[in-house]
Design a protein around this ligand. Structure first.
Ligand SMILES: *[C@@H]1O[C@H](CO)[C@@H](O)[C@H](O)[C@H]1NC(C)=O
Ligand SMILES: *[C@@H]1O[C@H](CO)[C@@H](O)[C@H](O)[C@H]1NC(C)=O
Ligand SMILES: *[C@@H]1O[C@H](CO)[C@@H](O)[C@H](O)[C@H]1NC(C)=O
Ligand SMILES: *[C@@H]1O[C@H](CO)[C@@H](O)[C@H](O)[C@H]1NC(C)=O
Length: 446
């Protein structure tokens, strides 16, 4: 076995003994069915925002804003649970409002944490399984089979759901916060994810896991690593493989905050969606960070006679009329994004490039509600700017202990990376080479 061992000085004696037995995480060697030992490193898929399915249940504290929201949806059985995200009913105008009021989060300054709307319980079902990541919407070809192609490609390569292939969905509205600030929901997710990684490892002959994370999922994965000691990381995580992760946020997120982003879903009132999207903590997390964007002017508002860089985010939030977000951004999010800790395990970043991506925005005399008057595009994956996709990688690669690879995928978009043929081939090639114990080299496909 070629497992990279943690520096021995950092490893407690008991763990050292077990390392010498299995060379990674604690495990009972498991002969696989049929006699031959399974040789794959378990893969854990961590989706980005839109790829998580959320269920909701309304309690008697729920205060519907309209009669429609009182009666919709007519839930029978299932303990009152119904699908909140993604459900095509969001497209029907009066129901968009019901959807938005149930999705909204509230920041409670006294608790210094986020919570759901009163009377709305939410849950992520099937944690551990990839089924909700493969969600196929029968009515609509939107978000269809979010990670389905990737999961089935891994299955063709020998992986099996529940054996060495797992999914780690989460409530994508919640995020994490900098040191000293509670994040009940986000921290509970990291705890669950940690257990899943350990379980997967033990169930697979002690082989450490490969985390395959799309978009925001990469930021959660990095926090999982950063919040656990180095010996834990090296023993349980073989590689972090990120797909389109916005290490430093994206300029498009400022457009989401200013004017709403319907994610290409037609007929939806952007302003209703905007008010809901603004309340999502993870959206604050995805705003462009000073570390990556520096002093560059990202937004100009003629109405306010002001321009904003990533350093002016609190002023920007104030000027778009989202005062509620200012304090949370300042005390919780800014410290989180300022520190972009080293993963401490080998990382491969797959990034799409050459797709027009919002680089700066000019809002006219009508202010933010009217939408941008001018949009300037630059390089990126159509959602995340190139600077954010690769920025921190440069800093990490200065550290001799940090193994890091970047694989560039020309003309592959932010979501396209999950089903583009070339992207999938690269992912499988990387997973295969890890499983085949091949030497790690840097490569750039032409
Ligand atoms: C592959 O595994 C063998 C032991 O099976 C080990 O000696 C070798 O160093 C490993 N190669 C790499 C590149 O890690
Ligand atoms: C950014 O602005 C600050 C002050 O506003 C200045 O001190 C710093 O040198 C600027 N950095 C760059 C890279 O221009
Ligand atoms: C806009 O701001 C600049 C300085 O930033 C100032 O010189 C100018 O007078 C302002 N224009 C208006 C119309 O307020
Ligand atoms: C943006 O930040 C820079 C540097 O910190 C500062 O000089 C400038 O006044 C700020 N602009 C706004 C609109 O707040």
């Amino acid at each position: 076995m070629e497992e990279r061992r943690p520096p021995l000085a950092l490893v407690p004696t008991a763990v050292m003994v077990m390392l010498s037995l299995s060379s990674c995480c604690v495990s009972a060697a498991r002969p696989a069915a049929g006699g031959a030992e399974q040789q794959l490193h378990p893969v854990i898929l961590i989706p980005g925002t839109g790829g998580n399915q959320l269920e909701a249940r309304l309690t008697e504290d729920y205060r519907p804003s309209s009669l429609v929201c009182r009666v919709w949806p007519p839930v029978r059985g299932r303990g009152g649970w119904f699908r909140l995200w993604f459900d095509p009913s969001v497209l029907i105008a009066p129901l968009t409002r019901c959807f938005a009021e149930r999705m909204k989060l509230y920041y409670d300054p006294a608790a210094d944490d986020y919570r759901n709307a009163p009377g709305v319980e939410t849950r992520v079902s099937d944690f551990g399984s990839t089924s909700t990541l493969r969600y196929l919407d029968p009515n609509l070809k939107l978000l269809t089979g979010y990670m389905n192609t990737l999961a089935s490609t891994l299955e063709k390569a020998g992986y099996e759901e529940g054996r060495d292939l797992f999914g780690a969905p989460y409530d994508f509205r919640y995020g994490l916060a900098g040191p000293g600030h509670p994040s009940q929901v986000g921290s509970a997710y990291l705890q669950r994810l940690k257990l899943l990684v350990e379980t997967a490892c033990v169930a697979n002959g002690g082989r450490p896991a490969i985390l395959v994370a799309h978009s925001l999922g990469g930021l959660f994965a990095l926090q999982l690593l950063a919040r656990n000691p180095l010996p834990w990381r090296t023993a349980h995580v073989k590689r972090l493989l990120t797909l389109s992760t916005p290490w430093g946020g994206s300029v498009q997120e400022m457009l989401t905050f200013a004017s709403g982003n319907t994610l290409g879903v037609p007929f939806v009132d952007a302003s209703i969606i905007r008010d809901e999207q603004r309340t999502s903590e993870s959206n604050l997390w995805l705003l462009p960070t000073p570390k990556v964007f520096g002093n560059t002017t990202l937004v100009v508002s003629r109405y306010h006679n002001r321009s904003y860089s990533a350093k002016n985010m609190t002023q920007f939030l104030r000027d778009i009329g989202f005062e509620e977000g200012v304090e949370s951004y300042r005390v919780r999010i800014r410290p989180l994004v300022e520190a972009l800790p080293e993963p401490g395990v080998p990382v491969t970043c797959l990034v799409g490039t050459g797709v027009d991506t919002v680089e700066s925005l000019v809002f006219g005399d009508g202010g933010y509600d009217e939408g941008p008057e001018k949009v300037v595009y630059g390089d990126g994956d159509g959602t995340v700017n190139l600077a954010s996709l690769v920025g921190p990688i440069k800093a990490w690669s200065d550290s001799p202990a940090q193994v890091i690879e970047v694989v560039e995928l020309p003309k592959v978009s932010h979501l396209g990376i999950l089903n583009d043929k070339n992207a999938l081939e690269q992912i499988i090639r990387i997973v295969d080479s890890i499983n085949l114990n091949a030497t790690s080299t840097s490569y750039h496909p032409s």
